[in-house]
Design a protein around this ligand. Sequence first.
Ligand SMILES: Nc1ncnc2c1ncn2[C@@H]1O[C@H](COP(=O)(O)OP(=O)(O)O)[C@@H](O)[C@H]1O
Ligand SMILES: N[C@@H](CCC(=O)OP(=O)(O)O)C(=O)O
Length: 381
Amino acid sequence: MTNKSISDVLREARRVVIKVGSSLVTNEGRGLDEAAIGEWCRQMALLAREPGTHREVVMVSSGAIAEGMKRLGWAQRPKEVNELQAAAAVGQMGLAQMYETKLREQGLRSAQVLLTHADLADRERYLNARTTLLTLLEYQVLPVINENDTVVTDEIKVGDNDTLGALVANLIEADLLVILTDQKGLYTADPRANPGAEFVHEARAGDLALERMAGGAGSSIGKGGMLTKILAAKRAAGSGASTVIAWGREPDVLLRLAAGERIGTLLVAPTQKMQARKQWIADHLQLRGALVVDDGAVAKLRSAGTSLLPIGMTQVEGVFARGDVVAIRDAAGAEVARGLANYSSAEARLLCRKPSAEIPTLLGYMAEPEMVHRDNMVLSR
Ligand SMILES: Nc1ncnc2c1ncn2[C@@H]1O[C@H](COP(=O)(O)OP(=O)(O)O)[C@@H](O)[C@H]1O
Ligand SMILES: N[C@@H](CCC(=O)OP(=O)(O)O)C(=O)O
């Protein structure tokens, strides 16, 4: 368990992913809950704007299928994939419009991001999605994410937005994943079926005992139930993010969590963010190539922990794609660091010794000004 107090974990979270489930968003399928969505947007705006905190907020919202069914007048959830996809397409319009309106009322700009499993499994698309989300945050735009239900079939679906929330937390290395649902948090058994179930205030994310407590969805609206939330917490902890599961209608729930109040169930990530990231890069022992850098770059990487810019690169070894792990070596062959390459080996060869401003001319586009960003780099001992 972390040395930090629970309040610290909540208060110090800077990059936060907030997930809301279908039953909350659509008022148990009765239609988009304008008041509830307006309330979360108000709180998110206050969090994103709180002076001096540099807090970044990303929302993952379910509800497209439930809202689509309502708009199409379907009382029963269809079984056919094409009908579910059609419902999602109809409902997503309403969702996006509602978030856009409510966030604009709070003076915040928003963006719709629809992701699929393939976007997160493919290294290049993963990096693209990451860069886009981070760019939106940089411009103080609040991304509202959902799965791109219309183009994915069951076999290739993330499937539930608890998992999608965790994948997004991994993608942008969030500090905290907040899962808002229709229960106060996790109980030792499904409280709908077991009125005597006890509330779990805090546990270690990944603890197997939690998986035994969690059941499926209690209503026909929600998809995943508590088990997907527990598994999402485990997944989020993989990149060092802790998870809170809380009741979405709790007054000021997001503001109170950010102030360090203990509400809901907190599932604490056992490893810190940086440690988790280093572990991840260290685990990718299969290096695809190497970048040889000059003495100036070596000194900067070691002393200032800066990103590697193309100008410091003298040579490129091996064949690798954007997103592969590469070694960074000094002229004598000693490994200085490892990290994720922003450009392929063929592109990197064109970029050696060139200022970043020339990247668009040399390649016809620019993904990032850095060859390896310092957030994606671990210095070797
Ligand atoms: N151990 C548990 N503690 C709390 N809720 C549980 C538990 N096991 C199953 N559930 C069910 O999970 C439901 C929440 O999941 P779900 O319906 O998928 O909501 P959402 O739409 O918010 O994702 C609760 O309403 C509850 O019935
Ligand atoms: N992408 C789907 C959400 C599926 C889902 O996970 O729902 P939930 O369990 O309510 O979070 C939709 O928007 O309808």
